[in-house]
Design a protein around this ligand. Structure first.
Ligand SMILES: Cc1cc2nc3c(=O)[nH]c(=O)nc-3n(C[C@H](O)[C@H](O)[C@H](O)COP(=O)(O)OP(=O)(O)OC[C@H]3O[C@@H](n4cnc5c(N)ncnc54)[C@H](O)[C@@H]3O)c2cc1C
Length: 612
């Protein structure tokens, strides 16, 4: 099996920096204290970029939301969405991570993702258009293109002089993304491209496509200029949401593509497609943060002014609790996302700027593939769940199109489908963890020994004395013991046969998701408490609530998992170990009291708490 973090060294020998390694390393160490990057640490330049995009979205995009949605308006002979994309390109926001030589700003990925976050509130249509342009449209060329390809195409994509799209999916090839049937046959200096692509975002508007096609049965990627003879586009799909975005089929009938437009080598499709998806998943996760914040903002305002039974809706205990759940989830997912992207940036900053720079950058990002899938699933399910709750909290008005939340809910669904469905991402999370274990990218075996030794001695000790959130970090560490135990039991019980037991894989992934959320929320709250931040109290309450939910979820899933692993063995010894481990996974907090405290604070202070 190919090592998944080639070229990326896991530094250090102890647990201290495991939370930084990617590959699921966070599962093997106590919650990092005072070390992870959080949004509070964004610098002035990064904040300035975010503010510029926010202002653009508020003044230019949200004011034209309906026109964008119904695709009724054309300006200067182009759809409004495209016109606005070009304006955003002129501001530099579409090439934040592209080197200045190619027309970009040459900034880090954290800044790029902060821009993606600020695109999120635009509504799904414009966000999709822009994220495809700056992400899966341009990044294949940035990461895998030759210097000539970069010089030829990147400046045009960064300015949005040309619109880009990414054509991987085919009618018979969706989740099984590398099984496409499109072909490219080399004849002299040209490939002849034949085949059809399905559901391509920006499809009707794009000037350039990254097209995946088979060259002598080697799946490959080509840069295709869409004004070439033989290219045609299907009708716009009528969709549940993101109705103002373009989604069409692309048809290629004997299209001549210059040989020099091959990306990488013949057969590189898997490397290109899967690595670009990692970045796409992170960008999507960040956009979901921005979209969620807007939904909560609307819900907060609405429930403060709408009265029933003589009281504002937000004051009813159930709704106060819902508001608390919303902001707590946003706090946790936000903490996950900034933590991951900055860990990636830190590693990229250490790479030598030599010929291997882009290859090494891809490897660094790939070493966080599991975390990228966590980010995608957490972000997309957060915005869907919160939009759904927001509609309910608006009552009948939530069902009416004039209110933001109606469209937000419809727009949120697609996030769970593209960039790999969330179910596929759950399989990816499990798969990457197991690969990391087998390839020894993380010291999983050493951690297993620690768990076993602890069980044999009957002592569970937590290797950290700091009093800040001590009990919480200890309980969460027991949760990581539990996961370690269950992963080992799963591997022993099923071995390679695990591929036939996806429900088990899903359960493991569904345990990893809340563990990572709680780990990130607690790590962030720790830092804020240590620094005596003005919002430390509310951050602590949110971390405690997040932990209580994570402990409850993981224990429920653990018992279900054991029933499958020990099917027919009701007296298996593992049940004793499970009971023992669960006895340390205690939350001393009353979640309802926490929700009241958080909900009331949010009603009083608004979302400016913790820059949410
Ligand atoms: C609005 C929109 C925009 C899009 N934009 C683009 C784009 O720009 N470029 C592009 O290339 N594609 C794009 N897509 C395609 C999108 O990425 C795919 O729709 C998605 O990957 C799922 O593929 P599918 O629709 O064929 O579903 P299927 O693969 O048929 O999946 C159906 C269901 O089965 C599940 N499933 C599939 N395989 C497995 C498995 N092995 N194990 C367990 N469950 C499984 C899936 O999770 C899903 O729940 C877009 C789609 C839409 C709707």
């Amino acid at each position: 099996m190919e090592p998944i973090s080639q070229g990326v060294t896991i530094s250090g020998s102890g647990k201290d920096d495991l939370y930084l390694t990617g590959n699921g390393g966070f599962l093997l160490c106590p919650t990092p204290t005072g070390k992870i990057f959080t949004r509070e640490q964004l610098n002035a330049e990064q904040l300035e970029m975010g503010k510029m995009v926010k202002n653009f979205i508020e003044s230019k995009v949200l004011t034209k939301k309906k026109e964008i949605e119904y695709k009724q308006v054309e300006i200067d002979g182009m759809p409004l969405c495209v016109k606005l994309l070009k304006e955003l390109g002129n501001l530099g926001a579409l090439g934040v991570d592209v080197p200045e030589t190619y027309g970009g700003l040459g900034m880090d990925l954290t800044t790029t993702m902060h821009v993606a976050e600020n695109l999120g509130p635009a509504g799904g249509s414009f966000t999709t258009t822009a994220i495809v342009q700056m992400g899966i449209g341009a990044l294949p060329i940035l990461f895998f293109g030759t210097p000539e390809q970069k010089a030829q195409y990147l400046p045009k994509l960064v300015s949005a002089e040309w619109v880009a799209c990414y054509a991987l999916t085919e009618a018979g090839s969706g989740s099984d993304a590398l099984s496409g049937k499109t072909t490219a046959v080399l004849d002299g200096d040209f490939y002849t491209l034949n085949g059809n692509k399905q559901f391509i975002s920006n499809g009707d508007w794009a000037d350039l496509a990254i097209v995946f096609a088979r060259i002598d049965d080697q799946y490959s990627a080509l840069i295709v200029e869409l004004n070439s003879p033989g290219v045609s586009r299907g009708l716009e799909e009528e969709k549940m949401g993101i109705q103002g975005s373009s989604t069409t089929a692309l048809m290629f009938d004997n299209v001549k593509v210059p040989r020099k437009n091959l990306l990488g080598k013949a057969g590189d499709a898997a490397t290109i497609a899967l690595n670009i998806l990692n970045m796409g998943r992170l960008e999507l996760g960040f956009a979901c943060i921005g979209a969620t914040r807007k939904v909560i903002q609307h819900t907060l305002e609405y429930t403060k002014q709408r009265k029933q039974f003589g009281r504002p809706i937000c004051e009813f205990d159930m709704q106060t609790g819902r508001l608390a759940e919303m902001v707590t989830r946003l706090f946790a997912v936000d903490s996950i996302l900034y933590r991951i992207i900055h860990a990636i940036d830190d590693k990229i900053a250490m790479l030598p700027k030599d010929d291997q720079y882009w290859d090494n950058m891809v490897k660094v990002i790939r070493s966080h593939a599991m975390e990228a899938s966590v980010a995608k699933v957490e972000g997309s399910e957060m915005v869907f769940q919160i939009s759904s709750d927001a509609v309910k909290m608006h009552g009948g008005y939530g069902y009416i199109s004039d209110y933001h939340v109606e469209q937000a809910l419809r727009d949120s669904v697609i996030n769970m489908i593209y960039e790999g469905t969330n179910d596929i991402n759950r399989l990816v999370i499990f798969d990457f963890l197991v690969r990391s274990i087998y390839n020894q990218n993380i010291p999983f075996a050493a951690f297993s020994e620690e768990v076993d030794a602890s069980w044999r001695k009957g002592i569970f000790s937590f290797p950290d004395n700091s009093p800040i959130l001590h009990e919480e970090r200890k309980s969460l560490y027991a949760g990581k013991y539990l996961l370690n135990f269950l992963v080992n039991e799963t591997i022993m019980r099923f071995g390679k046969d695990i591929k036939n037991n996806q429900q088990v894989m899903r359960h493991i992934s569904d345990m990893i998701l809340p563990l990572y959320a709680a780990d990130s929320a607690i790590a962030r709250a720790y830092t804020l408490i240590e620094k005596e931040h003005s919002e430390a109290k509310i951050a602590k309450a949110m971390a405690e609530l997040c932990l209580a939910q994570a402990l409850a979820t993981t224990q429920t899933l653990a018992w279900q998992l054991m029933a499958e692993i020990y099917e027919g063995k009701p007296k298996a010894a593992g049940y004793g170990k499970l009971t023992w481990l669960c006895s340390f996974m205690k939350s001393n907090h009353n979640p309802m009291r926490l929700k009241r405290e958080i909900g009331r604070t949010v009603v009083e202070k608004g979302l400016k708490i913790l820059s949410l």
